[in-house]
Structure formats: structure tokens, C-alpha cells
Design a protein around this ligand. Structure first.
Ligand SMILES: Cc1cc2nc3c(=O)[nH]c(=O)nc-3n(C[C@H](O)[C@H](O)[C@H](O)COP(=O)(O)OP(=O)(O)OC[C@H]3O[C@@H](n4cnc5c(N)ncnc54)[C@H](O)[C@@H]3O)c2cc1C
Length: 482
């Protein structure tokens, strides 16, 4: 077998013989795993049926963040311009241009992934991959071929979950996939689901002029987030004119010429259901694994009740030569989680021993305004683990000079530390810049740092990061600025 490492400069792409690794899916899980395997000197093929970059680069993280940047700009001009002497009364918005920018950004990054694969001498095979035994992937579609490999890594990702009876037409009824190409802003948008995706589009559309209503079956927005954080987001969204209806369950929808009528019921007993009307509806109630067409059953790979591929802590399936990562295996459906699993899976399968990935140290972020970011345990989990002596340090952005200067003072930083040494076990941030701030806590948790160590670290003034310092001081019982 030829094994080509990164030092091989022949420039040839050998299209025959057995590979060390065949990766199905070139999303942030698959392409990153492939590059890591190439760095370890392995001969790698990646099978992708669509564009490299997966949902993240093409239909998720990146295009949505491009649109969110536009929405933030609009909000800054409209709501905060006056404080800075900027009169935004005659603002003219062309959302189509924001979509163009978002698509261009995706295209550019997609090409970037293609060149990264090439640079690392990874063969990109265009087509659909399906397991054809423990060491082979049958490719159909644009390429017809059997790819044989010592190891197979499944990284096929996930797709939008659409409830039975709902027809997504890309005109009146959307998932996140179609809405990313829709250039018109309707008068009224109804969003079903107040998770990250639902809230991010609710924010974008509201800033570009839609009257937005979000319905959520559970009793808080961002189910799973710290309830205090969720309460701030809910309050700030309502201040922006976004209507949020909690405890409201989607039942069915009817599409007629100019509108969509959505029947909802209330989860509290005794409260009557009703019919809501909107010009467009975004269905954002979660995602399901793309495990159905991977030949798993024939290959004997087990999946769980929800269709996610089951893996152990080395990310190996019950078939020892087949591993799986990313959205396909469930857990938080996040791009960086997929990438980190990709690296871990490859290192572990090729004998590069390392500890398994610690999923508690993976941050989750939402890019609305205010932004949301968290890592580690929730306060309830930390209290259950460490009792009432848990150290909780909180600092509100109303006391942050930088946040006030930027006219973004909603929210807070909350740091949780175990009582014995003050080691950080979790953090929850809501407010301006939250998604950047969380990285400091991630590093602190990797280093098993304590709040005293963060407190001993010089933080430049004025920065939003001082809120992390101040929350750490608060956890130590020695707040200065609050
Ligand atoms: C609107 C939206 C916004 C998001 N924003 C964020 C964010 O801000 N931050 C974040 O961390 N995450 C975000 N996510 C989630 C993130 O996109 C996913 O967690 C991430 O893309 C998962 O990576 P993956 O590699 O597991 O799968 P994917 O990105 O889904 O990639 C899987 C790839 O496999 C290919 N494939 C599938 N089946 C086959 C087959 N049989 N043969 C060949 N190829 C196949 C697919 O075409 C795809 O390219 C967002 C998601 C959405 C929908």
C-alpha cells in the first residue's frame, strides 16, 4: 500500500488501490478529519455528494452569520445610532444584497475547503457514499466506484426535521435551508421553535422589517440554556418587538394564496388553542441524522432510537473498522464539535493515543443580539454536583465600561466554580460579544484553571473580557466594580 504523507510532493492523485481512510461527507467533521489523517501520513479519500464544507459552510453557520451581521448593523443604526449622532431615519434596506453577500461568503469558503483537500493530497470523490462492508464504500451518482479502505469514517451530518403533514415549498414554508436563499422579507414571519436556528432567523427578519412571532412548545426560549440567560434573551427580543409565545405547540398548517394559517395548542391545561396567520413560516424544530442511506443495516452498524449512529468514546461504531462523528452521532449539533470529533476519531483510530474528547468543554453559541454562549455545567447541574457551596460569580454588562460605551449593556457573565479549589466547571454569558468571550473560559477549563487564576490575569481595560475577570473576582468574593 502506498502511504502518502504531507512530505510527499509528487502532486499525483492516485485513484487506485486501497486507502487508509475513506471519509463519507466533507462537512466540518469530515474534511477536518481527512486533513488530520493526511497530516498523520495516511492516504485519504473523501466522498461528498454535494459541495465541500457541509451544512456549516453552505447552509448553516457561515451564511447565517453573514445575515446576522447585516441585522446587527441595521439594529445598531436604528436603535443606537442616535446615541452617536447618527440619524438613520431614511435607511433603505435591500435584503437581497445581504443574501448575495451570504452566498458569496459560502462559495468562497467552499472553494477554500477544496483547495485545503488538494493541498493535503486528499482525493475528493464526488458522489453518494454507502457502506459496502466493513472496509468499503460504494460510490454512486457523479462517480461510480468502490472505494476500499482500512478504516471508514462516517460524517454524513444531519438534515432539517419537518413534522408530518408539513410541505416545505420555499415560498411560504421554509426550513433553514430554503430561507438562506430567500431574498424577500415578508410582512409577517412565524417561526416554529425557539432554539438557536429559530431565534437567529427571528432576529434577522425582525431587524430587516418583518413582524416576527416565535412559538415554542417548552416554557423557555433556548431549551437547555441557563434559565437566567434565556430570560434575558426573551426580554430583549420582546423589547425589539419580536413576539414570543411559550408553551405553544404547533399542530398543523394550511397554506393559501397569500398566507399560512398555523393552528397551535397550549401546553398548559385549560388554555385554548388558536390559529395564527403569517405570510411565511420557518420550521426550526430540530434536525435528524442522515443515517438512512448509508448502508448501515447491511453493514451491521447500530443506530439509536432517534436514528443517530451509536459510537463509543473513541467514536468507533460496533463495527471496529467504522467510526462516526459530528451531527450523525448526535450530541450538540455544532460544527466545532464535529471537527473536534473528526480529529479525535482519526488520532485514536491510527494509534495516536490521546484522551477521548471531553464533551463538557465544548461551547455552544447563539449569534443574535444579545448573543448567548455557554460551556460546561449549567448552574442546576453544578449545584447537584457540588452542593450549596458552589461558587457563583456574576457580573452584569451594565457595570462594564466597554459595554456601556458600545451602547450594549444587556446581559451578564456567570461563572461557576467548584468550592474546594475554585476550579471553573461552567460559564454562561448573555450579551454583546458573548460568543467571543466564551473562548477564555474554554481555555481556562482546558487548563483546569481556577477563578483565582483568572482574577490574577491582567485583562486590558476597557474590554468586554473584563466581565470575565470581574465575574471571577465575584466568585472569589472580592468584586471590585460591582
Ligand atoms: C441554520 C444553521 C445555522 C448553524 N449555525 C451554527 C453555528 O453558528 N455554529 C455551529 O457550531 N454550528 C452551527 N450549525 C450546525 C452545524 O452546521 C452542524 O453542526 C455541522 O455542519 C455538522 O457538521 P458535520 O460535518 O457533522 O455534518 P454536515 O455539515 O451536515 O456535513 C455532512 C456532509 O455529508 C454529505 N453527505 C451526506 N450523506 C452523504 C452520502 N451518503 N455520501 C456523500 N456525502 C454525503 C453532505 O452533503 C454534507 O456535505 C448550524 C446549522 C444550521 C442549520
Amino acid at each position: 500500500m502506498t502511504t502518502k504523507g504531507r512530505d510527499d510532493t509528487s502532486g499525483r492523485h492516485d485513484t487506485s488501490g486501497r486507502y487508509d481512510l475513506a471519509v463519507v461527507g466533507a462537512g466540518p467533521g469530515g474534511y477536518v478529519a481527512a486533513i488530520r489523517a493526511a497530516q498523520l501520513g495516511k492516504r485519504v479519500a473523501v466522498i461528498e455528494r454535494d459541495r465541500p464544507g457541509g451544512v456549516c459552510l453552505n447552509w448553516g453557520c457561515i451564511p447565517s452569520k453573514a445575515l446576522l451581521t447585516g441585522a446587527e448593523l441595521v439594529e445598531n443604526l436604528r436603535s443606537h445610532g442616535d446615541s452617536f449622532g447618527v440619524e438613520a431615519g431614511g435607511l433603505r434596506l435591500d435584503y437581497g444584497k445581504a443574501i448575495d453577500h451570504s452566498r458569496r461568503t459560502s462559495d468562497r469558503l467552499c472553494k477554500g475547503v477544496q483547495s485545503l483537500l488538494k493541498k493535503n493530497r486528499i482525493e475528493l470523490i464526488q458522489g453518494s457514499g454507502r457502506l459496502a462492508g466493513p472496509n468499503a464504500v460504494a460510490v454512486t451518482g457523479a462517480t461510480e466506484r468502490l472505494v476500499e479502505a482500512e478504516r471508514v469514517l462516517l460524517a454524513a451530518g444531519s438534515t432539517e426535521f419537518v413534522p408530518p403533514g408539513v410541505t416545505v415549498d420555499g415560498e411560504r414554508v421554509f426550513t433553514s435551508r430554503e430561507i438562506l436563499e430567500s431574498k424577500t422579507i415578508p410582512e409577517r414571519l412565524l417561526v416554529i421553535g425557539a432554539g438557536a436556528v429559530g431565534l437567529e432567523f427571528a432576529y434577522v427578519y425582525a431587524m430587516y422589517g418583518s413582524r416576527v412571532t416565535v412559538i415554542e412548545m417548552l416554557d423557555q426560549v433556548i431549551p437547555g440554556a441557563d434559565p437566567e440567560v434565556a430570560a434575558v434573551v426573551q426580554r430583549e427580543f420582546r423589547r425589539k418587538g419580536i413576539e414570543i409565545r411559550l408553551g405553544t405547540r404547533f399542530e398543523e398548517m394550511k397554506v393559501s394564496n397569500g398566507s399560512v394559517r398555523v393552528s397551535v395548542s397550549r401546553t398548559k391545561e385549560g388554555e385554548a388553542g388558536e390559529e395564527l396567520e403569517a405570510n411565511q413560516v420557518l420550521v426550526a424544530i430540530g434536525r435528524r441524522a442522515l443515517s438512512a442511506d448509508l448502508g448501515l443495516e447491511e453493514a451491521g452498524v447500530t443506530i439509536d432510537a432517534r436514528g443517530f449512529v451509536s459510537v463509543d468514546d473513541r467514536l468507533t461504531t460496533n463495527v471496529p473498522s467504522v467510526s462516526a462523528i459530528g451531527d450523525l452521532v448526535g450530541g450538540p449539533l455544532l460544527a466545532h464539535k464535529a471537527s473536534e470529533e473528526g480529529v479525535a476519531a482519526v488520532e485514536l483510530m491510527f494509534g495516536h493515543e490521546r484522551p477521548p474528547l471531553d464533551h463538557r468543554k465544548i461551547p455552544a453559541c447563539i449569534y443574535t443580539q444579545p448573543q448567548v454562549a455557554w460551556i460546561g455545567l449549567t448552574e442546576a447541574e453544578a449545584r447537584a454536583a457540588h452542593g450549596d457551596d458552589l461558587r457563583v460569580g456574576k457580573f452584569p454588562f451594565t457595570a462594564s465600561g466597554k459595554a456601556l460605551a458600545a451602547a450594549h449593556s444587556a446581559g451578564f457573565v456567570k461563572i461557576l466554580a467548584e468550592p474546594r479549589y475554585g476550579e471553573i466547571v461552567g460559564a454562561h454569558v448573555v450579551g454583546y460579544g458573548a460568543t467571543e468571550l466564551i473562548a477564555e473560559i474554554g481555555l481556562a477549563m482546558t487548563l483546569e484553571a481556577t477563578t483565582a487564576e483568572i482574577a490574577a490575569t491582567s485583562h486590558a481595560h476597557p474590554t468586554l473580557a473584563e466581565a470575565i475577570l470581574e465575574a471571577s473576582l465575584a466568585a472569589e468574593g472580592r468584586s471590585i466594580n460591582f
